[in-house]
Design a protein around this ligand. Sequence first.
Ligand code: ME8
Length: 477
Amino acid sequence: MNKFYITTPIYYASGKPHIGHAFAVVYADVISRWKRTQGDKVLFSTGLDEHGSKIEEKAKKENKEPQKFVDEISQSYLQAWKALNISNDEFIRTTSEKHRSGVLEFVKKIHESGDVYEGYYEGLYCVGCEDFVLERNLVNGLCPDHLLPPQKIKEKNFFFNLEKIESGEIKITPESRRNEALAIIKSDLPDFSVTRENTKWGIPFPYDANQTIYVWADALINYITVLDYPDGEKFKTFWPADLHVIGAEINKFHTIFWPAMLLAAGLPLPKEIFIHGLFTVNGQKMSKTVGNIIDPMDLADKFGADATRYLLLSQFPASEHGDVKAEEFANKYNSDLANGVGNLLERTFTMLADFRNGKVDKNSPVDVKIKNAAEEAEKNYAKHMENYRLFEALADVFSFIKALDVYINEEKPWSLNKNNDPKLDEVLAALLFGAEKIISWLEPFLPQKTEEAKSYLEKLKRGEIKKGERLGLFRRA
Ligand code: ME8
């Protein structure tokens, strides 16, 4: 049995989740569920990044102790992931004792390796990015991503020597993001500091009482502390990670700093990092100031868990950045889910029930046209799933749904039934075959709805569906 360890970024516990956070966690969830159906032993981890100046400042603004503040935020994440049916095995919080002790072990390891050295750093620091920014990248003196003025910081830090980085060992996908990482390595990459002098809200650095561990070093180490590094069974079984799913804006931290830290600690590198694009809403970055943040809980209330998962993944290929429009969600829901997959399954099952009481003649061959279309779709779907191209895999399923719709309209099973045409058995056999394929392909994406469809179908095959008892998977929005 293969093991498969998959992670999402751990999100800043600075506010409740928006659809960007939901996108990454749903992405990883679909991959996890798919790997489980392939028989892999999966460990799927997500969690929260709870230290650092950004969170310290937010808590202060709300007049709360940072710990109380992050405890509250963690509840909103847990609720949202439950509402989206996320099947994570672990939920790591960086304020947990387990994480703290693992980080200290790790820091001790790299300290002993001699890759951490003392120095001064002076630069412009953006609290929004929790990173240094370059003067030339500012727009009107502000960080272009957070619209905040950076602070000038000069502090004694323990730097991490990046010379160790050996690229190429880790698979970085898609190719465009790999090129971005390579370009960063080739540019003048400053050393990476593992500590901060003026941040209180963090894990104290054991070798200097004035320092705390830099929030990014702290956060990255979650990928092993969650496995009970250094000597937990889970660590032995699951490390190295098979896949880190992350967004494009944190490429550098995962493809350069994290491997450098692991090399210094003498640990194996993650096998693959899949970097997805980010979405804007109505052409703008999601932000409280613009007022265009979409709450995944609102979508789940309106459309349900499965439909929300689908709506997030079907906007544009994850290899690209893209834009979403909140007012388009209902149209997409109606066209793809209510009128697309929902309608196809409903029509198929209803005809099976009405014309044959759920019994299909086992000797009926499946129309070769449908058989070929299914084989083609299945081949493409498998290839796309293996490469974590979920948008593309969904498109394969939906092209087969279209093929079945066309088949129904051409064959007109209701006329065959009226005329007692024996071809009806062949057509129904093809439709049942197609419906079962679609249900199995959609399982990782729509876990609840496919479950409902499967139990309805079981009942139907036993001849237990009563007249007028409809499947009703996706009612029109
Ligand atoms: O960066 N579109 O946390 P974070 C799509 N704590 N995905 C988006 C998105 C958008 N507009 N906005 C966010 C951090 N995401 C650090 C990570 S990991 C060791 C530490 C998703 O709360 C995307 O996956 O800012 C992105 O990488 C992640 O949320 C960042 O969440």
